[in-house]
Every structure is written in structure tokens, then in C-alpha cells.
Design a protein around this ligand. Structure first.
Ligand code: SF4
Length: 67
């Protein structure tokens, strides 16, 4: 997994993405397993169900266009 994406990138791409689905809502793991509270949820790619360690096709397409 690349982890050198900036917060600006993961926030901006998620903000524009119609497919965003937050893990906490989609998987129903509950907040204790994810170690995040609903209040701290952010619309950012690494918190999306489709992120998959940075392999999301939409993300890859968007990040390629970013540069
Ligand atoms: S991880 Fe993929 S599907 Fe999820 S918000 Fe980012 S670009 Fe969209």
C-alpha cells in the first residue's frame, strides 16, 4: 500500500466521489473494532469500503489525473 498520498488528495477525491461508502456504515463492525468513533468519521478514501489498501480503481484514476 502506498501511503504517501496527502490528506488533501484523499479528502478531495472522496469528496467528489459518488461511490464513497464509509466503513463504519457499510460493514457494521462497530466502532470498537475500527477504533474510531462515528464523530471522528471523515469522508476520506482510506475510510471508504472500496479503498482496499489503495487499490480502488476510481482512486487510481483520479490520482493519476491529479498529477
Ligand atoms: S476509495 Fe475509491 S470509491 Fe472510495 S471514495 Fe475513494 S475513490 Fe471513491
Amino acid at each position: 500500500m502506498r501511503n504517501d498520498y496527502t490528506e488533501k488528495q484523499v479528502l478531495s477525491i472522496a469528496r467528489e466521489c459518488s461511490e464513497f461508502e464509509h466503513l463504519i456504515n457499510a460493514v457494521n463492525y462497530g466502532t470498537s473494532l475500527l477504533n474510531i468513533s462515528p464523530a471522528s468519521c471523515q469522508r476520506r478514501c482510506p475510510e471508504c469500503l472500496y479503498w482496499l489498501n489503495g487499490t480502488c480503481d476510481i482512486f487510481k484514476k483520479e490520482i493519476a489525473a491529479w498529477r
